[in-house]
Design a protein around this ligand. Structure first.
Ligand SMILES: [Zn+2]
Length: 411
């Protein structure tokens, strides 16, 4: 058997029999075995390094990334940052959105992300400007990353006349799915009902921004679970932030987890933004506001970790590295046991792949040869050391290289 390339001595996460050789042909994994025969194929020795199928980002805002310098935020409240970005949006053009979004997307690719769901704001002010820019981006970068476009009304749906028309037009022009922000409208249940209605009409998944404060007494997740069950949309609905869960005592947290798991509603925790924006009414003992995704997973919820905002008033930080994000998460959530640290890597790989309903994700014979090589040997090392992605493939084509740093010792 001949291959286009053999990657030798590669460690695959959760495979107990040690390093293997991986034969790639025609853009697919053709063979995964110990000691593949040499043949004519070029090969590369990974020296026991860890191979993952690539990181999957479920929740990012490419259209409003890289806005530092265009906004002024004095208090850092959610209302203030939404209004500042709303003001900045007035100057967006397709070219401007494309330029900022491609800058962010390229960083993500170089950090080993090869699947992504970006949220895209649509409303009567911005219209379809950002959506059309990202639609072009999706095509232009398909060689390196699968991009889903999730259109949503950041400034409200029911209380923003004309917004639904723009949202529907984006769906007709090929948006992959839609989201909502129920807490912006006065009638949050009304927005949830309408979003489900549109999702049913177009047969698409739903990804909400939900429960973005630390008051656990009133939550929208119950209504989302009820509507998910009523529509038969289990496995097709996600909620992002869910910071209220971080404020619940254990018994309430477990009950909420059971409800979400039973309904088939996934949860995306966004540590960078949740840390930056929640707890602003405290001047000491500031709560962290980061919901425990690994505990949710242990309770049967499909939970994952994602980036959300990059270099804007919602989050003025970010290199779009999911390996750095999972390290931040594990540190903040005080994850210490080796098995738990290893499990954290699943929160940016297999868990988001499930949320995105990806078919053929994973290093297995017959799947597309999508992979990223990390500069480490184990999953726990990857999380603890922020192991750098050294190179990656998409459909058997090398998409980036990030050579390991080396010391220049004096002779
Ligand atoms: Zn978001």
């Amino acid at each position: 058997m001949t291959f286009d390339l053999i990657l030798r001595n590669a460690r695959i996460a959760d495979r107990p029999d040690g390093p293997v050789d991986i034969g790639i042909r025609g853009g697919r994994f053709e063979a995964i075995e110990i000691n593949l025969p040499k043949g004519d194929a070029p090969d590369q020795n990974l020296n026991g390094r860890l191979l993952v199928p690539g990181f999957a980002e479920t929740h990012i805002h490419l259209d409003k990334s890289c806005l530092l310098g265009r906004c002024n935020c004095a208090n850092g409240t959610l209302a203030e940052v939404i209004s500042e970005v709303s003001r900045a949006k007035r100057d967006f053009t397709e070219e401007d959105v494309y330029a900022r979004a491609s800058q962010t997307l390229e960083k993500a690719i170089k950090h080993g992300t090869n699947r992504m769901r970006t949220h895209v704001e649509v409303d009567p002010r911005i219209g379809l400007t950002s959506f059309r820019a990202l639609k072009k981006l999706k095509q232009d970068y398909a060689w390196a990353i699968d991009l889903q476009l999730c259109v949503f009304p950041q400034e409200g749906l029911l209380d923003d006349p004309g917004c639904e028309d723009v949202l529907l037009q984006a769906m007709r022009e090929g948006a992959d799915l839609l989201g909502g922000v129920p807490y912006i409208d006065k009638d949050s249940n009304g927005q949830i009902t309408r979003i489900f209605g549109i999702a049913q009409e177009f047969g698409v998944d739903i990804d909400f921004h939900l429960d973005f404060d630390l008051d656990p007494t009133r939550s929208d997740y119950e209504e989302v679970c009820r509507m998910t069950e009523a529509t038969g949309w289990g496995g097709r609905v996600a909620i992002g932030h869910a910071t209220k869960l971080s404020a619940m005592p254990p018994a309430d947290f477990e009950a909420a987890a059971k409800r979400l798991a039973d309904a088939g509603v996934a949860v995306t925790v966004l540590p960078a933004t949740d840390l930056f924006l929640t707890g602003r009414d405290h001047d000491h003992n500031v709560p962290r506001g980061v919901t425990s995704a690994h505990k949710l997973r242990a309770l049967g919820v499909n939970a994952n970790i994602s980036t959300n905002n990059v270099l804007n008033p919602f989050t003025p930080f970010g290199d779009v590295s999911l390996i750095r994000m999972i390290n931040l998460y594990a540190n903040v959530l005080q994850v210490g046991a080796i098995d738990d640290l290893a499990g954290c890597l699943d929160l940016v790989t297999s868990a988001p792949a499930t949320l995105l309903n990806l078919k053929h994700y994973g290093i297995a014979v017959g799947n597309p040869a999508d992979l990223v090589v990390l500069d480490c040997e184990t999953k726990a090392e990857a999380v603890c050391e922020i192991a750098q992605p050294l190179f990656g493939f998409k459909n058997g084509i090398r998409t980036f290289i990030r050579p390991a740093a080396s010391l220049l010792k004096p002779h």
